[in-house]
Design a protein around this ligand. Structure first.
Ligand code: SF4
Length: 351
C-alpha cells in the first residue's frame, strides 16, 4: 500500500508543480516536508472527492488566524460591522499565537492574518508577521486601509508578503454606501504613499473591489487605478450577501447568486466536496479552531488550541465527522450553503 501511495504522489507531482500558487514560488517558504505535505493534501482531496480514502492524512499547509474580531467600520453585510457576531470580542494573545506557530511551522506554507475584524487594530500585528516570517511562513492580510498610512512603514519592516486593500467604490459616494464609517481619502492617502515604494521594498499589493449594484459601473475604471498607484493586482470579487438583495449587481457575471421566488440562491451546483477540509483551517482570537472563514460566528468549533494541540483538533473525531458530512451531504450544513468553494463560477477575477 505504501508503494501505491508513493506512486500516486509522484504522478501528481508534475501537475501540481505547473499549477502552484504564488507563495510556492518562493523557496524561502518551502522545505521538502512542506512540499510533500502540500502534494499529499492536493492528492488526498482528489481521491477523497472520487470516493477513495487510502492516502496518509495531511496536515494543513495554510491557516488563517484572527488577530481581532472587532472593526472600525459598519459594512452592512458583515456580521462584525453590523454587530451580529455572537462571539465575545477580543484580540489574540501573542503567546497563544507563538504556541501555534511553533507547533505548525513545519507544515505551514501560508498564514492569513485576518478573519472577522480589522487586523490593524491589533497593536502587535507586526510582531505576529515578523514571527511567522522568521519561521519561514508566507504572510498576508486584508485591511480596510483606514489606519494604513501611519502603519505602512512598520508593516514593510515586518516582512509581510501580501497586503489586500479593500476599495469598493472610487469616490466617497459609491465607496461609503458599503464601507460605512469610512473615509475614502484615507485609502487614497495610503495608496499614494505605497506608490513611492519600490516593489522590492514593500509587500505585494492587491486591491479588492467587491462588486455591488451601486459600484458595478466603476469596474471599467479599475485598470486606470491600477497603473496610477502602481498596484500589483486588482481582484474583482462577487460579494457574499446575507440580508440585502438590493446590493446584488445587475450584471450577472458579478454575482454569485440567482433569484428564485424572491430569494437569493447560489448559482452553481453545490458539490459534496471541499478542498479546504484538507488544506486549511481558521483559528479565532480566543483559540477556537473552525473549518473555514464562512463560519463567522464559530458555530462549528472543532476544538480549542488552548486545551489541545492543533494536531489533536485537526485529527479529532469531531473534525472527521464534519468532513464526512461535507462529502456526503454538504447542503445540510448551514455555512456550506452560502459558500463559493468548488463552484463552477469563479468568485474572483483578476486584472
Ligand atoms: S462553508 Fe464552504 S469552505 Fe467552509 S467547510 Fe463548508 S464547503 Fe468548505
Amino acid at each position: 500500500m505504501q508503494q501505491l501511495d508513493n506512486l500516486f504522489v509522484a504522478l501528481m507531482f508534475y501537475i501540481y508543480i505547473c499549477s502552484m500558487p504564488f507563495y510556492l514560488n518562493n523557496t524561502k517558504y518551502l522545505s521538502l516536508y512542506k512540499l510533500y505535505n502540500y502534494l499529499k493534501s492536493k492528492t488526498y482531496f482528489i481521491f477523497k472527492k472520487n470516493g477513495f480514502n487510502f492516502l496518509p492524512y495531511p496536515l494543513p499547509y495554510s491557516l488563517a488566524i484572527e488577530p481581532v474580531n472587532f472593526c472600525n467600520l459598519k459594512c452592512p453585510e458583515c456580521p462584525t460591522g453590523t454587530d451580529k457576531l455572537t462571539r465575545e470580542k477580543g484580540y489574540m494573545d501573542f503567546e497563544l499565537f507563538k504556541k501555534n506557530i511553533d507547533e505548525q511551522k513545519s507544515n505551514l506554507i501560508c498564514l492569513i492574518l485576518h478573519f472577522q475584524g480589522e487586523p490593524l487594530l491589533h497593536e502587535n500585528i507586526c510582531d505576529f508577521i515578523s514571527y511567522a516570517n522568521k519561521n519561514n511562513i508566507y504572510t498576508m492580510f486584508s485591511t480596510n486601509a483606514q489606519l494604513l498610512d501611519s502603519q505602512f512603514d512598520d508593516i514593510c519592516k515586518s516582512g509581510l508578503d501580501k497586503l489586500i486593500i479593500s476599495l469598493d467604490g472610487l469616490n466617497q459616494e459609491t465607496y461609503g454606501k458599503y464601507r460605512q464609517n469610512a473615509d475614502i481619502s484615507q485609502v487614497y492617502k495610503a495608496l499614494s504613499k505605497i506608490k513611492n515604494y519600490k516593489k522590492t521594498q514593500r509587500p505585494q499589493i492587491e486591491l479588492q473591489f467587491l462588486v455591488f449594484k451601486h459600484n458595478e459601473h466603476e469596474v471599467k475604471e479599475l485598470k486606470t487605478v491600477k497603473s496610477k498607484y502602481n498596484i500589483d493586482k486588482i481582484a474583482i470579487k462577487t460579494a457574499q450577501i446575507y440580508n440585502s438583495p438590493e446590493l446584488v449587481p445587475e450584471n450577472e457575471n458579478y454575482s454569485r447568486y440567482k433569484k428564485e421566488n424572491g430569494r437569493l440562491t447560489i448559482k452553481s451546483e453545490l458539490k459534496n466536496s471541499c478542498r479546504r477540509m484538507f488544506s486549511s483551517a481558521v483559528i479565532t482570537w480566543d483559540g477556537y479552531v473552525v473549518p473555514c472563514c464562512f463560519d463567522k460566528n464559530a458555530e462549528f468549533t472543532m476544538g480549542n488550541i488552548k486545551e489541545n494541540s492543533f494536531r489533536e483538533v485537526w485529527k479529532s473525531k469531531k473534525y472527521s465527522e464534519f468532513r464526512k458530512k461535507i462529502f456526503t451531504d454538504r447542503k445540510s450544513i448551514k455555512i456550506c450553503r452560502n459558500c463559493t468553494e468548488n463552484l463552477k463560477q469563479k468568485s474572483i477575477r483578476y486584472i
